[in-house]
Unconditional design. Sequence first.
Length: 153
Amino acid sequence: MSKKVLLIEDDKTVRENTAELLELSDYEVETASNGKLGVQKAPNFLPDIIICDIMMPEMDGYQVLDKLSNTENLARIPFIFLSAKTDHKDIRKGMNLGADDYLTKPFEEDELIDAIESRLAKSEILIAQRNEAETALNSFDALKESFRKEKQS
């Protein structure tokens, strides 16, 4: 099953070329031409990863990240900024807001695919760890309940 990518980019050429690159790399891609549309599409599409430009009309990338990271079922989705902004403070701002990666335009195709793959791999590890912790906690709770019942009888 292919992984789902939400690509939020206002530049039509960059958006279409990047979407094509991702589709050729076996990703299912949904695009949005601005941040507001991206935030609207995310809950229904439920992407495995989000790639987002920073400078956009309606809602910039920083606002998109803030909005999505405060939405329960979207908060843990890996988020990569794509931007022409190369100043260190811009990169730092994105990372401080919780972005998982930051690629500057123009980017190499391999650079984008490698960033996506590494973020998805990290996400899968975190999900597996969270599931293991939940299983252990449920087992502990069941054991505790069993002990409590045994003590009462």
